[in-house]
Ligand binder design. Structure first.
Ligand code: ATP
Ligand code: MG
Length: 490
């Protein structure tokens, strides 16, 4: 279906017939909307903000759509920057709040281009550190160094505005349009509503209000086409279903399993962003179950999915669920969460599997463990690019696990001072919860933390030396074993 040619009049819901009050809208977003209006442009609040306000929830951010061109928007706001290469978007800054102002677009390309058109491998290899922190100009500069952000922007001619890859994914798409056209590029009807600053009405072209009432996610247009254009929409379906507790309408749901493989073609840096939104937003456990249900998880974390399916690592799926439940609880309690721990839980079984292929003995050898971590990480980077600033502490956290087994001798206490001790200890607790670490060991490390130093020393000196060289690196194994024997004798 050529949706963009289906131009309908919207259902206009007047202020008296909907629940969105200006008091619930960010004052900064209102400022932007009023300024656009005063300058003679249309100004609408769009997307998730309208959806969340109708649901009575506080929106995460407030996005604005307008018929003003990006250059016009920049002229209206001093505190404004244009970002993006294929689509120029205006970011209007108010302290640490950014109001994103997008010009109506005529075609169905993805909303965000975040790192989307970059060289995936180069981004993964580079660690993709810029991906999250870059709240401004993430796509420009990196991919288009010859265009500075002050450069005049002129829309490309029609002949060059659209390009697809062989799977139907939109690679380049850049023409502006009207609100009647803009609505068709949005993903779900529930995300396709416009709140008009002119008279505070809601414009509904796609029966979005009904979907919100019935708590349903329905793609606008033909689902398969929309997934092919942008496979990330499959992850968005899961994310909103988990976050909002919405159902996925059958036609929107049906192609997902069959098309899940399309995720393999999405740049890993973009998938990293999506994975964080899925797992670290307070509904990770549910999102994970849905990703599994729709066959999406194996395309994000193929090594983990493969390990979960093997008997010796079957516990790892449960461990991940528990880890995500803990994370959800922490977020609900306003405690900080870190991608480092998440990726450690996600990849642990894959690392162990890799390790077990390298060594026969039961006690992990640190050098081999490190190699196993690196191999798994390297392979993982081609799917979900984990920036170095998370990958390196994740490796440290995993490398500390064998060290918990060593409890005799004063040296064993140094673990308590390690900067990653807290995260590594939480990880040990999680392993104990699913039965792969000794609960007595977990309790020992729990208890020792609250003891004064003299009592800690007494405790580790009272313990007999451990027999195995667990936790030691291969070259030092012999020497250390002798030393530890000595300590036990003394
Ligand atoms: P959140 O609560 O996570 O911010 P949101 O719906 O606002 O949810 P955003 O990613 O902020 O999601 O995007 C804003 C709007 O842009 C969406 O509501 C949707 O209309 C549109 N959009 C975003 N990403 C896509 C996409 N990949 N394909 C089509 N439309 C999209
Ligand atoms: Mg949003």
């Amino acid at each position: 279906m050529n949706v963009s040619s289906t131009l309908l009049a919207p259902l206009v819901i007047p202020r008296s017939e909907h629940s969105i009050s200006r008091a619930a809208i960010s004052p900064n977003a209102l400022k932007v909307l009023y300024r656009l209006k005063e300058a003679g442009y249309q100004g609408f609040l769009v997307g998730g903000a309208v959806r969340d306000l109708l649901l009575g929830q506080r929106p995460k951010d407030f996005d604005v759509a307008t018929n003003a061109l990006p250059e016009d928007v920049r002229r209206l706001f001093r505190n404004c920057r244009l970002i993006g290469r294929r689509f120029r978007l205006a970011h209007v800054f108010f302290g640490n709040e950014i109001i994103e102002v997008a010009t109506f677009r005529a075609t169905a390309a993805p909303e965000r281009e975040d790192a989307e058109d970059g060289d995936a491998d180069a981004e993964a290899a580079g660690g993709g550190d810029e991906v999250r922190g870059g709240d401004e100009g993430e796509a420009e500069g990196r991919h288009e160094p010859d265009v500075d952000d002050a450069a005049e922007f002129s829309p490309p001619s029609d002949s060059e505005h659209r390009a697809f890859d062989p799977r139907g994914r939109i690679l380049r798409d850049n023409i502006y349009g009207t609100i009647e056209e803009d609505v068709w590029r949005r993903d779900f009807a529930a995300n396709g509503l416009y709140y008009n600053i002119e008279d505070f009405s809601i414009w509904d072209f796609v029966d979005g209000v009904r979907d919100i009432k019935e708590r349903r996610l329905r793609l606008i247009g033909d689902p398969e086409t929309r997934y092919r254009e942008d496979p990330v929409r499959m992850l968005r379906a899961v994310r909103f279903a988990a976050k909002l507790d919405f159902s996925i309408e059958p036609n929107t749901e049906q192609p997902i399993k069959r098309l899940a493989y399309l995720l393999d073609g999405v740049p890993p840096a973009r998938l990293f962003d999506e994975v964080l939104k899925l797992f670290l937003s307070g509904f990770g456990a549910k999102a994970y179950r849905l990703l599994q249900q729709y066959g999406l998880f194996e395309h994000l974390f193929p090594q983990s999915a493969a390990a979960f399916a093997l008997a010796p690592y079957a516990y790892a799926g449960e461990m991940l669920e528990r880890g995500l439940e803990n994370t959800d609880e922490r977020i609900a309690a306003d405690k900080p969460v870190t991608p480092t721990f998440l990726f450690a839980v996600l990849l642990w079984s894959a690392v162990l599997r890799e390790l077990n292929e390298r060594q026969a003995g039961p006690s992990p050898d640190l050098a081999l463990l490190m190699q196993a971590c690196d191999t798994v990480l390297r392979t993982q980077q081609s799917r979900v690019a984990i920036p170095r600033r998370f990958a390196i502490p994740m490796r440290e956290l995993l490398m500390l696990q064998p060290k918990f087994n060593r409890r005799s001798g004063v040296k064993s206490l140094s673990l308590l001072q390690h900067p990653r001790f807290r995260a590594a200890f939480d990880f040990l607790l999680l392993r104990a919860q699913v039965g792969v670490a000794d609960p007595e060991l977990a309790k020992w490390w729990t208890d020792i933390q609250v003891l004064p130093q003299e009592e800690r020393v007494a405790l580790v000196q009272a313990r007999p030396a451990e027999p195995a060289a667990e936790g030691s690196a291969a070259p030092g194994r012999r020497r250390r074993r002798r030393r530890r024997g000595g300590a036990a004798r003394s």
